[in-house]
Design a protein around this ligand. Structure first.
Ligand SMILES: [Zn+2]
Length: 281
């Protein structure tokens, strides 16, 4: 199967009452790990590359690996840019045949965010590619709960933003944050409920790493369409390499080292997917 866009994945997810994992990868091993987990669970998956990881690995390389995975595996896979920083970066990924791109100009003023997001939507939709944008501020996880809450997405503004831009899904700020939490995250479920009712497109939650499983499960039950996870995979990858080196040193087979890292990521991905597909029908 070729890579599919988010629209196709979201309609499958709605029918089967799934939340789609949007799992970040940075190289072949991490990509193979998350794709294989989705295949084993028989659920669609959005594979993503974070904007800085696109700079690191190259959109062409990452797309080629994702494309190979989609041909080899039986489940629906999409390939997306995570937190695209500009129209130019989104275009780079569109030109390299990603099937979805995120343009994140949430920190810019509203009109600029609308204008640039629309430019990306026009280009992407002409090629059958999906677009995600963000409204509100999804903080880094080392911020206080008050700082995180100050960035909450306003449901009415979000409704207008979706209408003004024509995006396919919207990343919202409801209390999750990126990276490793300094404080236990506090998710505003009431606001999430309001957003799910008000916003006329699928809702995306970022900062899915080390958010407690019960809180993720509640968001899934309520009907979020997509949960982004990155940090948990990269920590597992780093830990596996650290443990392997400590035990076997640098003369070990490199494939054994990489396999250990890949398996560690796959294990985390399987666990996350089991929560995201808890209410599957
Ligand atoms: Zn994010």
């Amino acid at each position: 199967m070729a890579l599919v866009n988010y629209k196709e994945i979201f309609s499958y997810a709605k029918e089967h009452r799934l939340t789609i994992g949007a799992f970040n990868s940075v190289n072949m091993e991490t990509l193979q790990a998350v794709a294989s987990a989705a295949d084993q669970m028989n659920v669609p998956l959005i594979i993503q590359t974070y904007h800085a990881h696109v700079d690191y690995a190259g959109a062409d390389y990452m797309q080629a690996i994702a494309d190979a995975a989609s041909k080899r595996l039986n489940t629906k896979l999409a390939m997306g840019l995570d937190h695209g920083r500009s129209f130019e970066q989104a275009k780079l990924c569109i030109d390299n045949r990603y099937s979805g791109v995120m343009i994140d100009l949430a920190s810019e003023d509203y009109d600029y965010n609308v204008r640039e997001t629309r430019r990306v939507v026009e280009l992407a939709h002409a090629r059958g590619i999906s677009v995600e944008a963000e409204l509100g501020t999804i903080s880094d996880a080392d911020r206080t709960l008050e700082e995180i809450a100050a960035g909450y997405t306003d449901p009415k503004v979000a409704r207008d933003f979706v209408a003004d831009t024509g995006i396919d899904c919207l990343a919202v700020s409801i209390g999750t944050a990126h990276g490793i939490y300094k404080y236990q995250p506090k998710i505003n479920f009431e606001l999430l409920g309001e957003l799910l009712e008000t916003v006329p497109c699928p809702i995306v939650v970022h900062g899915g790493s080390n958010t407690p499983d019960e809180e993720v499960e509640e968001m899934v039950r309520m009907g979020i369409a997509k949960l982004n996870v990155g940090t948990d995979f990269f920590r597992a990858y780093n830990q596996a390499i650290y443990d392997f080196q400590k035990e076997f040193g640098t003369d070990a087979e490199i494939t054994d080292l990489m396999r250990a890292a890949r398996e560690a990521v796959e294990k985390v991905a399987l666990h996350k997917l089991s929560i995201l597909s808890k209410f599957r029908r």
